[in-house]
Design a binder for this molecule. Sequence first.
Ligand SMILES: [Zn+2]
Length: 600
Amino acid sequence: MLLSPAGSMDALAAAISAGADEVYLGGARFNARANAKNFTRDQLIEAGKKCREAGVRLLITLNTLVADRELPDVLEEVGFLESDVRPDAYIIQDLGLASRIRKTFPDAVLHASTQLRQHASAAAGILQSLGFSRVVLAREMPIGEIRSYVRNSPIDTEVFVHGAFCVCESGGCLMSSVIGRRSGNRGECAQPCRLPYRGANPFPLSMKDNCLASRLEELTEAGVKAFKIEGRMKSADYVFRVTSVYRKLLDEKRMPTEKELDELERAFSRSGFTDGYFTGRTSPDMFGVRREEDKRLSRELRKTARGETGPRGRENSDARTEAASPMILPERTAHVIMSPKEQLGYVARPEGRPMKDLSLFSDANRIDVPLRFLPETDISGMEDRISILLPRVTFDSGFPELERRISEAKKAGIRRATVPNLSYLPLLDGFVIHGDYPLNVYSRETRDLLEKFSFSSLFLSPESDLLSFGMSSSAMEALGYGRIPLMQTENCIIRNIAGKCLHPEERNGKDANAPGMSRCACELIDRTGASFPVLRADGHRNLIYNSLPTYRLDRRKELKKAGIGLCTLLFTTETEREIRTVLDCFRTSEAHPPFPITRR
Ligand SMILES: [Zn+2]
């Protein structure tokens, strides 16, 4: 199935006439393109009619995080859509919203947005149990991982084949939200990744557009159900041209001609295209900006007349993948470390570099140690409070190694795990689990839903409004101190900027994942002079952190009133002395540490 974007009535008509099987579009609110023109209610009714007449399926995007106070409005919107527009499915990011729609409108069909961070098939069964019938895979997956996901998924899969890429892992970007107060998760991304930074490579985060026109056969063979074109902000002309090319390629089951590739590039590109995620060969070649030359090509193309619409031929091979059985999760009891009524406790999280000696955190309620740092950490006597911090992203192929490391941690006496991705739940039998911030707990609704998975604590999204939470049965955790992680990249930004990734003395052929390989770092300096540290995550993945640490420890009353029981003190680039200073601030409730901080 070919799925095209529609940011306007014109684009909708273009998508239909170019032969899309499905179109996706958003209403005026609650969709990830708040800046697109979007559709009024009258237009939505009209769009529903048009799609039905043309036999094209209509998908509605409700793919943002939704606050509790907004839920009634979203449900009212869905009520309107169900009665007057009758879309075929909704594309959803927020788990709490999915749960409420399912309860209120049992017949509504739900697709899991790419923002739900689907990198590994272990989560597909969980999505199915939550009521999703299709999942949009993370954009940064190589074909081998896509194959594996599709093979193991009990629900249909959708893959982005053309259009803009995010440099951050799908669904994990806080950069626009934190530095520009425009949340990507709320549909307001200001695209700071497209801006220049100082240094030899002025656009280190701006990715070329995705183009998998030459890869459709492999994706079809893999069993991918829907091929998605990005671009709800793009023109009707763009939608028509790109949809037409992909329609022909799918119908005629062939590779694109030079002319077709050229047409795609003229329609819109940023210094050409990339298929680097698909091939798994991430490199500096994946980056590019929209040059004058690219703009000129597009202008020239627009002057030429639109081509004729090709034959529809929409009887696509509907080859369903063999359905696997739904996920059965190990049963567990939540062990709440402390109730919210007690004094505020803290979670120490040294994630920037391995710390051999953890004794300075002797009064912490929990210490999150990145799993890859464990071999270099002395955990004796602290086993009960140490929680292994799992990677934000692991593809299917990484699961055997991950499982091995988790079982080593278990042998060493560790019984807690901090979980940023639902796909790990089946691996954690016998562990007390703590929900990490990338789970995007933005509302009570989502918190209540995740509690059913027996999380002992849940880390509230750094974007959420603390005041809207209340007491709950699991402990609530929020950032108390630390540089907010703005994005995790699949590309090694360190290597792209510095030309190499490892420090010279560490290079000598050592495995990038080996302990001790985590210290290489660089910084991004923006136009205002703010410096954003880039640190190594797992393998060659990087984490980009905010330029200043957020400080909330002087807002204890507010935190406690919001039901927060645990403050996370997140350490990245701090010296040991600075870490001690922050701990003293926490213990003595001092105003703030004697170095620059931000309140956001
Ligand atoms: Zn690297």
